[in-house]
Design a protein around this ligand. Structure first.
Ligand SMILES: Cc1cc2nc3c(=O)[nH]c(=O)nc-3n(C[C@H](O)[C@H](O)[C@H](O)COP(=O)(O)OP(=O)(O)OC[C@H]3O[C@@H](n4cnc5c(N)ncnc54)[C@H](O)[C@@H]3O)c2cc1C
Length: 410
């Protein structure tokens, strides 16, 4: 079995792993990325790229964002349509007054295209070696180095970043954590053609169905005239009821009074597929001696929206900033890497606390009905909803019980 030596090992070439590699590559460090699949590969996802993704992309070295804007197939999205359990909807633009020529605030981009785009950027760096079709089966830390084994090779590095997704083998090998199922959501999605009633400006749609709360059903206009449709639901709800997700999706599409008419002539292209989302409600150390956990491997998915791509990329960016210092001091102890933990907490703790409260509140259909009913009548409230994803203070306001009490009398 061949043995490869690198400075930095990265398990997984998704958004977290690629962002870390792209930020570190200009240092000239020898980087080895080990990826179980062969690109282009599918990733089960809603494919919505928020402003967070775009802002991390803008800070990547080179013309990455410019290239993304100009070369990748995607649908620009300028807002969200929320539909309450009482079937009332409100359209909320991301920006009330976009500047002329301003790039879209968000996109829907198939993960096979988006991930391939990031992955291809790695080829510009001769010091980055990618091993595709090579799944990590175990990881260990020895005095002086970290090591991973795949079925084909052994890899040694000074430090390893686990960016190998929700079922991270690196995390399971090096980190003694057993998150409860309440910290997971499961999502299922399919690509459908001939779905009617999509928003003329391609707003993404979040439809809060009673049976899924605090999760939701989504319809996201995608490329090629398709929509990405599916739902996310807390795993604790699913196992309570022992539901088959594919049947549940088929059932909603065939019979839900809000959804079925829009899918009357729709065809599923390919098959509907499900995957887990590890939520930021789970708190843990994301570092140890010679390793760091990034993205889904580190439970960084937004507990309310299920958004994880931007957070995964942000964790890759933060890891790169910290690791530059570790490489200059050549120290990779748990204590020295704990700075990454501190930075991740600083970046996400407040946001995750807020979103955990939002997740809780979204379990109450009457509360969602109230917010949407009132927002339809009151422009100020509509403006608040519009700014909630860009202004953390507004999101925090939405988590205060007093806000809902006052809403009753507005
Ligand atoms: C149904 C669903 C819908 C979602 N919708 C959205 C959405 O619309 N917007 C959003 O922002 N987020 C969404 N998410 C969350 C988002 O997909 C993830 O948070 C994001 O992909 C995390 O990026 P990552 O790089 O950490 O992990 P991943 O994207 O999972 O990448 C991990 C990489 O590691 C590789 N890998 C896995 N195991 C091994 C191994 N043993 N050895 C080597 N390589 C390995 C994988 O092949 C993969 O390439 C959704 C998730 C699901 C399940």
């Amino acid at each position: 079995m061949a043995l490869f030596d690198f400075d930095m090992l990265i398990a997984g070439a998704g958004p977290a792993g690629c962002t870390l590699a792209l930020h570190l590559a200009p240092t000239g460090l020898q980087i080895g990325i080990i990826e179980k699949d062969i690109f282009p590969r599918q990733k089960i996802c809603g494919d919505a790229l928020s402003g967070k993704v775009l802002s991390v992309m803008k800070r990547l070295p080179g013309d990455v964002f410019h290239d993304f804007e100009n070369t990748v197939a995607k649908i620009p999205s300028s807002g969200i349509r929320f539909t309450a359990p009482n079937h009332k909807s409100i359209d909320v633009p991301f920006l009330r007054s976009p500047a002329p020529g301003q790039s879209a605030p968000g996109y829907v981009c198939r993960r096979s295209d988006f991930d391939q785009f990031l992955f291809d950027r790695l080829k510009a760096y001769p010091n980055v070696s990618v091993f595709e079709g090579d799944a990590v089966v175990s990881a260990m830390v020895q005095p002086g180095f970290a090591m991973v084994k795949t079925g084909k090779h052994e890899f040694r590095g000074k430090v390893i970043a686990a960016a190998d997704g929700v079922h991270s083998i690196v995390r399971k090998s090096l980190h003694n954590t057993h998150p409860d199922k309440k910290h997971y959501c499961v999502g299922i999605r399919g690509y459908y053609e001939n779905v009617t009633g999509t928003h003329p400006e391609n707003y993404i749609e979040l439809i809060f169905l009673k049976e899924l709360l605090p999760g939701y059903f989504w319809i996201f206009p995608s490329t090629g005239g398709l929509v990405n449709a599916g739902f996310g639901v807390l795993r604790s709800r699913i196992s309570e009821k022992k539901v088959n997700l594919v049947h549940m999706l088929d059932n909603i599409i065939a019979s839900h009074p809000l959804i079925a008419p829009r899918f009357k002539n729709a065809n599923l292209t390919g098959k509907a597929e499900a995957h887990s989302l590890p939520l930021g409600t789970f708190q843990m150390a994301r570092t140890g001696n010679r390793f760091l956990l990034l993205g889904d491997a580190g439970f960084l998915v937004d507990p309310f929206s299920g958004e994880g791509i931007g957070n995964a990329m942000a964790s890759g960016e933060i890891a790169a900033q910290i690791l530059r210092e570790n490489f200059s001091s050549n120290v990779f102890s748990a204590e020295s890497l704990a700075t990454y933990d501190a930075r991740i907490r600083k970046r996400f703790s407040q946001e995750f606390r807020t979103m955990t409260v939002m997740q809780y509140l979204a379990s109450y259909p009457r509360l969602i009905n109230l917010v949407i009913n009132k927002s339809l009548k009151n422009k100020e409230l509509g403006d608040m909803l519009s700014a909630m994803y860009t202004n953390p203070d507004i999101m925090t306001k939405l988590t205060r019980p007093g806000f809902y009490a006052r809403l009753l009398f507005r």
